[in-house]
Design a binder for this molecule. Structure first.
Ligand code: ATP
Ligand code: MG
Length: 400
């Protein structure tokens, strides 16, 4: 094994030395075997959280009731979860009770999809009782065990299946897909926070077209907040989105702009979006509206600023179905004479000084805007003396 798996050797070996088992599980194994970029490393062990806390000095009890603790080792940290089975999800949020077990195969059997139910030991040997490797090779998503039962236990799994089809570009096995078609209303029972996470990851997937087509064909969208209110929205989204939308703010700005009778507020409330996603989405909508009035003018680029340039361009591209040369627009941005008001060579105080006896007031801001604009239009250069002369000319024109 190579990095980042080798980073976990210290903690795995510490458990093994104490007579416990420890395996790599979940997304990291799946991504390694399918040649994708490996994200976080999750580990599973037969040691209980209490036993782990005795073995490791630095731990954080992030989900002790479900058997998960975070173990810190130098600059790395790993989520380690005790082998467990899951009871019923009676509130469709969290399993009502979990039972710790000592057998990895029992733990793998409670996992959602075969491709997520492969364990790997520190030497790279697989434990793959549900033939997840075969499904990875055939690019198939299917549940561990009976799909109807597994989706009834936790209906979020239906959306997770579609999310994985979007991330991996895999097909959903027909039996699993039929179960989604038959059970889709159950998704409405799941907490919307869990739904949001999966929906955002779906839009970010490399094969988002694949995911959206399953979302449409399985009718699972009928159980998604806001989508369910419109006969046409899912279809319009499927038509327009042809590549991943990376930023969560862009996703919701786009959804609002596509069908503007659904306000951003409505999306935010229905999906319980975080303040930072809300803020990002509303800024992008604001910038998009400026763009509608003024195109990609110096003023719009100036208001957009470097960090929001890429999201704004992806938003415009999505909605208008066109493409921009990002580098060219970025170049245009970098050649603006000023990038923010701080860079003006004068302040409001200078303005007041230039008109003896004048008082603070709205006129100061108005002049500042006008100066800023003239400089952006390359009609005025950003030096104090030129600005002073120009302001005097404007003032004379106004008093005539
Ligand atoms: P990602 O790369 O997005 O983190 P992941 O597969 O690691 O993908 P997680 O949500 O982090 O997904 O879950 C880790 C593992 O836990 C999954 O691979 C799966 O084995 C199991 N799992 C997660 N959620 C569920 C669920 N709702 N039902 C059954 N098993 C689940
Ligand atoms: Mg994960």
């Amino acid at each position: 094994l190579k990095e980042p798996f080798t980073h976990a050797y210290n903690v795995i070996d510490a458990l093994i030395q104490q007579g416990f088992q420890c395996y790599f599980v979940g997304g990291a194994v799946r991504d390694l075997l399918s040649g994708k970029q490996v994200g976080d490393i999750d580990l599973a062990t037969d040691a209980t959280p209490g036993e782990m806390q005795l073995i490791f000095e630095r731990t954080v009890p992030i989900g002790i009731e479900h058997g998960t603790i975070l173990v810190l080792d130098g600059e790395h940290s790993f989520e380690i979860t005790t082998f467990r089975t899951e009871g019923m999800y009676d509130d469709f949020r969290h399993p009502s009770h979990v039972e710790f077990v000592r057998d990895i195969i029992e733990d793998l059997s409670r996992r959602d999809f075969t491709i997520n139910a492969i364990a790997m030991d520190r030497n790279g040997e697989l434990i793959d009782p549900f033939e997840g490797k075969k499904d990875l090779d055939n690019k198939i998503i299917q549940t561990v065990g009976n799909a109807m039962e597994r989706f009834t236990e936790d209906p979020l799994r239906m959306l997770r299946g579609i999310r994985f089809s979007s991330q991996l570009g895999f097909d959903i096995d027909t039996y699993t897909l039929d179960a989604i078609k038959g059970l889709n209303p159950l998704l409405g029972k799941v907490s919307v926070e869990r739904v949001s996470v999966e929906l955002i990851k779906m839009f970010q997937g490399q094969s988002v077209k694949n995911g959206l087509s399953y979302l449409n064909n399985s009718n699972l969208w009928l159980a998604l907040p806001v989508f369910m209110e419109s006969e046409t929205l899912i279809h319009d989204v499927q038509q327009k989105v042809n590549r991943p939308i990376n930023s969560a703010g862009t996703i919701f700005a786009f959804l609002h702009l596509l069908q503007s009778n659904f306000s951003l507020k409505m999306w935010a409330k229905s999906y319980k979006l975080s303040n930072s996603i809300k803020r990002e989405a509303s800024l992008q909508i604001e910038l998009y509206n400026l763009y509608i009035k003024d195109g990609l003018s110096s003023y719009v680029l100036y208001e957009t600023k470097a960090v929001h340039l890429h999201p704004l361009l992806s938003l415009i591209e999505l909605i208008e179905g066109r493409t921009y040369d990002f580098n060219e627009i970025q170049q245009q941005y970098y050649s603006l004479p000023i990038k923010s008001r701080d860079e003006l060579m004068i302040t409001g105080k200078d303005l007041i000084d230039w008109f003896p006896g004048a008082k603070r007031g709205k006129w100061v801001g108005d002049y500042m805007d006008r100066i800023e604009n003239s400089i952006l239009q390359n009609q005025l250069s950003n030096n104090k003396e030129d600005i002073r002369k120009q302001v005097k000319i404007w003032s004379k024109q106004e008093s005539n």
